[in-house]
Design a protein around this ligand. Structure first.
Ligand code: ATP
Length: 232
């Protein structure tokens, strides 16, 4: 469904992504793992369109999307939850969801408010609270719910459990696992324990290159890769 084919990305003179290739298929949760600074966020930003690749190609639903603006990629069905969440602090939880709402696509069950609150029960009692009043975990739930409100076909999640308390991480993991029935997900994570427990497959990125890829179960038992490339 999503195919990243040998992308090369620069920040000024810095050569950051040095030929990244990955794929996400229907019904899959795919993890992109790696230490701080490995290039996970840059990969996600390239896919959504903030850092277009200088070389290489990204296709989504058989259409080339690399080089296209973010709003077009969102309109085509990419949902993006950035690392810093970027919820609207002066809008209520309900308003944050309402402003992000987009019509569902043919054949899709729409992510209306009722369905979103059913999926994220923590947000129900916070409906009238301002985004800026929420805890980190509540903000993360809202950020994912808000991306879903756009009725995407595929979700890009950048470091969903960063900085969250363990109890919130656990319930977030359950929610993300449940979302697999609804749409494919590409999730960048430093927390490999969290990501490998819910992903089907994983790619490990180091210094802007994919250094390992495989089945999540196989990787979670690969102590060499985990100790060499992942924070465990
Ligand atoms: P993190 O977990 O810290 O987000 P990451 O794996 O997502 O790590 P990136 O944020 O993609 O890594 O960063 C990859 C490399 O690009 C790092 O060396 C970083 O210093 C560099 N970098 C990131 N953003 C910029 C920028 N705006 N200008 C220059 N270099 C950048």
């Amino acid at each position: 469904m999503l195919k990243v084919d040998d992308i090369h990305v620069y920040y000024g003179d810095s050569y950051i992504l040095q030929g990244i290739s990955l794929e996400v298929g229907e019904g899959e949760i795919v993890a992109l793992l790696g230490r701080n600074g490995a290039g996970k966020t840059t990969t996600m930003r390239s896919i959504i369109g903030y850092n277009p690749p200088a070389r290489g190609r990204i296709t989504f639903m058989n259409e080339v999307i690399s080089g296209r603006p973010v709003y077009e990629n969102v309109r085509r069905g990419l949902g993006y939850v950035p690392e810093e969440r970027r919820i609207f602090p002066d809008l209520t939880v309900s308003e944050n969801l309402e402003v992000a709402s987009r019509p569902a696509r043919p054949g899709q069950t729409p992510w209306d408010l009722e369905r979103l609150f059913h999926t994220f029960p923590l947000l129900v009692r916070l409906r009238q609270h301002l985004g800026g009043e929420l805890s980190g975990g509540e903000q993360q739930m809202l950020a994912i719910a808000r991306a879903l409100a756009g009725n995407p076909r595929l979700l890009l999640l950048d470091e969903p459990c960063e900085g969250l308390a363990p109890v919130i991480v656990e319930s977030l993991g359950n929610i993300i696992s449940g979302l697999k029935r609804e749409l494919p997900i590409l999730m960048a994570e430093q927390n490999s324990h969290f990501a490998l427990a819910i992903a089907d497959r994983a790619y490990v990125i180091d210094k802007g290159r994919i250094c390992h890829q495989g089945d999540a179960c196989e990787l979670s038992e690969n102590e060499e890769i985990k100790s060499r490339y992942l924070a465990v």
